[in-house]
Design a protein around this ligand. Structure first.
Ligand SMILES: [Zn+2]
Length: 110
């Protein structure tokens, strides 16, 4: 007897502390699990898919079989947020440098 497999798709955004359940699908345990998970992730644009196994002997028993992560469906705010942080950092650095220059000039004037 084979176990049953259920796939749960999740939306995830680490910046917003978001981990949202999307859809649940029954998998065909006779077919390649990973292939089925890939198709479901694509359908839901899910960055995370958790696969739960349900015991064929006792359907009340279930456990996390595997957790899949898909980089291609990762929230798009990530690179953008990082970019903003860098831009701000550069701006702060520029301001600091200008301040240093001004201080240098003040010294020269004296
Ligand atoms: Zn995000």
């Amino acid at each position: 007897m084979k176990n049953y497999y259920i796939a749960q798709t999740y939306d995830e955004c680490v910046h917003d502390n978001l981990y949202l359940q999307m859809n649940q699908y029954e998998l065909d345990s006779n077919k390649d699990i990973y292939k089925q998970v890939c198709i479901l992730a694509k359908r839901d644009f899910a960055p995370v898919v958790e696969v739960y196994a349900i015991s064929a002997r006792d359907y009340r028993k279930s456990w996390l079989h595997k957790k899949f992560r898909f980089k291609e469906y990762k929230c798009k705010c990530t690179p953008e947020s990082v970019k903003i942080t860098y831009d701000l950092y550069d701006l702060m650095k520029q301001e600091e440098e200008e301040e240093e220059k001004l201080k240098g000039k003040e010294k020269e004037d004296k």
